[in-house]
Design a protein around this ligand. Structure first.
Ligand SMILES: Cc1cc2nc3c(=O)[nH]c(=O)nc-3n(C[C@H](O)[C@H](O)[C@H](O)COP(=O)(O)OP(=O)(O)OC[C@H]3O[C@@H](n4cnc5c(N)ncnc54)[C@H](O)[C@@H]3O)c2cc1C
Ligand code: SF4
Length: 302
């Protein structure tokens, strides 16, 4: 199988997508500025991140699909380019193997996948060149089950993963998740230990997939946020305050504090007053919230 390597990975990405660039400064969010300020204060090495984007406006929606087309994904780069040159797309089709004849690749064989995962008709494509781009896991699997071998003998043996550990922090100033792009900088101080630090704002679905935080560490603090679901806007509860306490047995729990709904940019007004906010237990943490509703009426908010 003939293949060409473009040298440095960034060169390859630039060649394929045409855009790997630093973020435009005005699209960098407060989370990233705080990360940079913290790293600089500690004299840690921090560098701007090269992102696969073209003038991304920083909506911070990358994990759900870029709403602006700024992310240089296949959707806006090579697929339209290929279509403009006469390529055909076969969607919902699983390539089962790359075919060969006398040591030369001749095409692919696959099968369409019907709704519910049922097997559809077969597809055979004859081609002089086959580009396998099935992702880091499926590409080597496809090559291996097609009987292709790399000269190095390392096919499928170089998978590297980057597991993420989350650290959630409270700040004196406001950090709004969807104002500014994530991962605009990288802290490289600990790269020799295999550790890269950056700041992200995860959508609730990804937060829910992780381990719940240790609520004990949150006690004494309150968290201010914005409800995003449309129902919250209709009900007039866009802003919320959630406070974390220890009960008399020193068990952590959280409660919701009523907030003045005076506009998203308005001052945060805990009800009935900032000095003596009230609230209803809301914690689903372990142990469960105490049943006494007055348990939340506390002034301990350091
Ligand atoms: C949770 C998560 C978050 C990420 N966030 C970001 C981010 O914010 N920004 C960023 O730049 N990168 C991000 N990445 C990385 C980025 O998604 C990948 O680097 C990129 O998608 C890799 O592109 P690819 O085309 O090589 O493979 P993929 O995007 O994985 O595409 C491979 C395609 O091949 C198809 N396929 C596989 N096997 C077969 C087969 N046998 N037959 C037919 N089709 C097949 C798959 O269905 C898939 O559609 C993230 C990755 C993950 C997992
Ligand atoms: S932050 Fe991500 S989703 Fe938003 S415009 Fe930039 S690349 Fe697209």
């Amino acid at each position: 199988m003939t293949h060409r390597w473009y040298g440095r990975p960034y060169d390859a990405a630039n060649c394929l997508f045409g855009q790997v660039a630093h973020q435009d400064p005005e699209t960098i969010g407060n989370d990233m500025r705080l990360l940079k300020a913290g790293a600089t204060a500690k004299n840690w090495k921090i560098i701007p991140n090269l992102r696969n984007q073209l003038h991304c406006p920083g909506t911070n929606n990358c994990t759900n699909g870029c709403p602006t087309g700024a992310k240089r994904s296949m959707l806006v780069t090579n697929v339209p380019r290929a279509l403009a040159r006469g390529a055909r797309v076969f969607a919902d089709c699983r390539v089962e193997r790359i075919t060969q004849s006398r040591g030369t690749v001749t095409g692919i064989e696959g099968r369409f996948v019907r709704a519910g995962g049922h097997r559809g008709p077969r597809l055979t494509v004859r081609a002089q060149v086959v580009v396998a781009a099935g992702g880091a896991v499926q590409t080597p699997a496809l090559l291996a089950r097609s009987g292709l071998r790399s000269r190095s003998g390392l096919l499928g043996r170089n998978l590297t993963l980057h597991p993420n550990a989350k650290v959630i922090a409270f700040f004196d100033e406001e950090v709004i998740g969807w104002h500014g792009v994530h991962q605009a900088y990288q802290v490289r101080e600990f790269i020799d230990d295999g550790i890269l630090l950056t700041a992200v704002n995860l959508p609730p679905s990804l937060v829910a997939a992780g381990s719940p935080p240790d609520v004990t560490g949150l006690t004494g603090y309150e968290f201010r946020g914005y409800n995003q679901p449309r129902a919250a806007a209709l009900l007039g509860i866009r802003k919320f305050i959630k406070a974390f306490y220890l009960d008399s047995a020193r068990r952590p729990f959280s409660c919701n504090t009523p907030v003045g709904q005076n506009g998203l940019d308005g001052e945060w007004l805990a009800r009935p007053s900032a000095a003596a906010p009230s609230g209803m237990p809301s914690s689903r943490s372990n142990p469960p919230a105490p049943t006494h509703p007055k348990a939340c009426t506390a002034a301990r908010r350091s």
